[in-house]
Ligand binder design. Structure first.
Ligand code: UDX
Length: 440
């Protein structure tokens, strides 16, 4: 079975590399020449633990190759994964330009039966649109060629994408055709044999599962974040609240960690897209809307909390530990650190910042504020001569810091632990004026 993956972004690359690891012959295609040249040398455009090794192994074994030639890819492969980007538009909807362009190319170059598998996160109804475009393009050429479009959403977490691909909670296949189901079972043979749960459903339902899952997780985070702020006001401890809530099997303990708000490439984009889908369908999604608003407010409330404790932010220097939206990634899309840093600078603060992977991206995303931010090489240098630490992303290396050493080099000793990493540390409140989120 010859499989091609169109688009070598996050999802496309992980899909291609992992399918090669499953033993398939894979071609990954992208329009960006430089990306393809680099991938052939084993240079990845993103930081994702484990991906480089799996790629190197499969490239050496000749199970994976890279190209910019979309026509050839379409002609020579039976299964075509579409994994191109769907960035957000101004109105919150997903921009389908790239997906629809690929569909047109497929229609123009199709030569025999193909299964087109949509992995990009797209609004309900896009699969049908893709189908129509391919159909029209085939018609224009007065040809009769069969094809099927199937939705197969991804549930990959950045930083754990390889693991998530290899050991998914479920695989969703959105097609009611037996032939397609059989082909997809073959694509995911390794998982199918391993007893991974498979959900077979129609195209629209598969598309909806992705949005509903991400929006639900976003709601869960916004919920616990609001509860955390309330805990602070009433003298409760959100860590215990979340722990006890999580013991209820109906709730589950995952995604109940209070913090500075969710970020990343999925939750902010997908929640807004779902609200937009609701608007078009004239079905208002009150709960998802509230989660989005609560998340925006959460970031600002973190700044307000800092302001309240230090009294005057102006001319104070803060050490930001962690810039990426979460650990084990260099991704800063919608990272809470962006809003928090920006707001603190607007209030007159000076910023020192350190992140194991996020600095490069932070430099261009925060270029407007370059005169107010000093980027550092490690957490100790970052904390030196500052008034307070603001731990925004829970990288493992921030979990076991030498707190005395940190404190001794600081001007003042505020410690805002926005991920509650140290709330149980016996010394933390002796050494610092310590503030977690929703903890006493
Ligand atoms: C998410 C989904 O988990 C994945 O299934 C989907 O395909 C893409 O979106 P990702 O964006 O990589 O993955 O990150 P995830 O680990 O889910 O975290 C998202 C955000 O929520 C991060 O900013 C994280 O810090 C925050 N978060 C997560 C919390 O604040 N509290 C939690 O309890 C969990």
């Amino acid at each position: 079975m010859k499989i091609a993956v169109i688009g070598t972004g996050y999802v496309g690359l992980v899909t291609g590399v992992c399918l090669a690891e499953f033993g398939h012959q894979i071609t990954c295609m992208d329009i960006h020449e430089e990306k393809i040249v680099n991938l052939k040398k084993g240079i990845l455009p993103i930081y994702e633990p484990g991906l480089e090794e799996v790629l190197a192994r499969n490239y050496k074994e000749k199970r994976i190759d890279f190209t910019t030639d979309i026509k050839k890819v379409i002609k020579e492969h039976e299964v075509l994964f579409i994994a191109v980007g769907t960035p957000p538009k101004e109105d919150g909807g997903a921009d389908l330009k790239h997906v629809l362009e690929v569909a047109a190319q497929i229609g123009q170059n199709i030569n025999e039966y193909k299964v087109i598998v949509n992995k990009s996160t797209v609004p309900v109804g896009t699969g049908k649109k893709v189908e129509n475009i391919i159909f029209e393009e085939i018609n224009k050429q007065n040809k009769k060629i069969n094809f099927d479009v199937v939705s197969n959403p991804e549930f990959l977490r950045e930083g754990k994408a390889v693991e998530d691909f290899m050991h998914p909670d479920r695989v969703v296949i959105g097609s009611k055709k037996e032939k397609v189901v059989e082909i997809l079972k073959e694509v995911y043979r390794v998982l199918y044999l391993n007893q991974t749960p498979f959900v077979f459903t129609n195209l629209e339902t598969a598309e909806m599962i992705k949005y509903a899952s991400n929006a639900f997780l976003a709601v869960k985070i916004s919920f616990i974040n609001e509860v955390a702020l309330l805990c602070e006001k009433v003298g409760a401890n959100v860590q215990d609240v979340a722990k006890a809530m999580g013991m209820d099997g109906r709730i589950s303990s995952k995604f109940l960690h209070a913090g500075p708000g969710y970020g990343g490439s999925c939750f902010p984009k997908d929640t807004k897209a779902l609200v937009h889908i609701g608007e078009i369908a004239e079905e208002e999604l009150f709960v998802v809307k509230a989660a989005i608003e609560a998340n925006e407010k959460q970031k600002i409330k973190m700044v307000k909390k800092i302001e309240k404790e230090v009294k005057e932010v102006k001319n104070k220097t803060f050490a930001i530990l962690g810039l990426s939206f979460k650990p084990e990634t260099d991704d800063m899309r919608d990272a809470p650190a962006l809003t928090i840093i920006e707001e603190l600078i607007k209030l007159g603060a000076n910023i020192k910042a350190y992140c194991p992977q996020g600095i490069k991206e932070a430099k261009w995303r925060l270029k407007l504020y370059k005169d107010n931010i000093v980027y550092c090489d490690n957490e100790y240098e970052c904390a030196k001569d500052t008034d307070g630490i603001i731990l925004i992303t829970e990288w493992n290396q921030f979990r076991g810091m030498d707190l005395k050493k940190i404190k001794n080099n600081m001007k003042d000793n505020y410690f805002f632990d926005l991920r509650n990493v140290y709330f149980q540390n016996l010394n933390i409140r002796k050494l610092f004026k310590y503030f977690g989120v929703g903890v006493l």
